[in-house]
Design a protein around this ligand. Structure first.
Ligand SMILES: [Zn+2]
Length: 243
């Protein structure tokens, strides 16, 4: 491959902020921490932000990695990231949330689900706890079916399907989410056990089985309305969520 020299100090500014996580034949490049002041319920809170990219190009020549960015069309794909608060590496007790992206709930504030509320509320819980991390998993839209399919699933739901039946009606397994990359990133940021914010004991078990250092679970409910009542009940009835 042709080596193109990066401009003056670009590499030296970035190389200490990039971490190569090797995984089988693939690489996860983790970049950060980056200072991110966030408006959380009207208060400015400073988080440390990281993003990551998984590719089959495994190299610790970061000049090559950076050089390939401009032709990789990354905006056409989703990248995940993590917001870290406090002394995440060393504090004994940390909370984490594995938050699945929800375009409608997180961005538009849709009341059809409780995702937007859970996103903000878990950030608040992490800050109040003193240490933790919120993983924002960008390839998890609609429990892994993607945004376009989710629009179709919503049409089925408007016609009597519940959220599980709708995914299955489109030919998907109910839940196709995978946490492997996020777990690798978690392990790169912290080796001590963490407490998972979730209402879903199955998620705790799945993450534990995949090798995440989990100590326990703490629940997160709220923002129940006429618009998401049925959705939340289905989560309890069909997806094993605890009330
Ligand atoms: Zn949602």
């Amino acid at each position: 491959m042709e080596q193109v020299q990066l401009k003056e100090n670009v590499l030296s500014l970035l190389e200490d902020k990039i971490k190569l996580i090797r995984k089988d034949m693939e690489a996860i490049y983790l970049v950060g921490p980056i200072k991110l002041p966030v408006n959380l319920y009207g208060e400015t809170i400073e988080f440390k932000w990281y993003s990551w990219l998984k590719t089959e190009n495994v190299t610790d020549d970061f000049q090559q990695v950076i050089h390939q960015l401009s032709s990789a069309k990354l905006a056409e794909f989703q990248q995940s990231s993590v917001l870290v608060y406090g002394d995440f590496e060393y504090n004994e007790d940390a909370l984490i949330r594995m938050h699945s992206i929800c375009h409608t709930g997180d961005i538009f504030g849709s009341k059809r689900c409780d995702c937007g509320f859970q996103l903000k509320q878990s950030m608040k819980m992490i800050v109040e706890h003193g240490t933790g991390a919120l993983f924002y998993l960008a390839n998890h839209e609609g429990r892994g079916i993607g945004l376009f399919s989710k629009a179709m699933a919503y049409i089925l739901q408007e016609n009597g399907y519940d959220t599980v039946e709708a995914n299955e009606g489109l030919g998907f397994a109910d839940d196709t989410r995978n946490y492997d990359d996020a777990i690798e990133v978690l392990k790169a940021l912290r080796s001590k056990p963490v407490t998972l914010i979730t209402n879903n004991p199955k998620k705790l078990k799945a993450l534990k089985n995949a090798g995440a250092p989990l100590a326990g679970r703490t629940p997160l409910w709220g923002d129940i309305s006429e618009y998401n009542e049925k959705y939340l009940k289905t989560k309890v009835k069909k997806s094993g969520h605890l009330e």
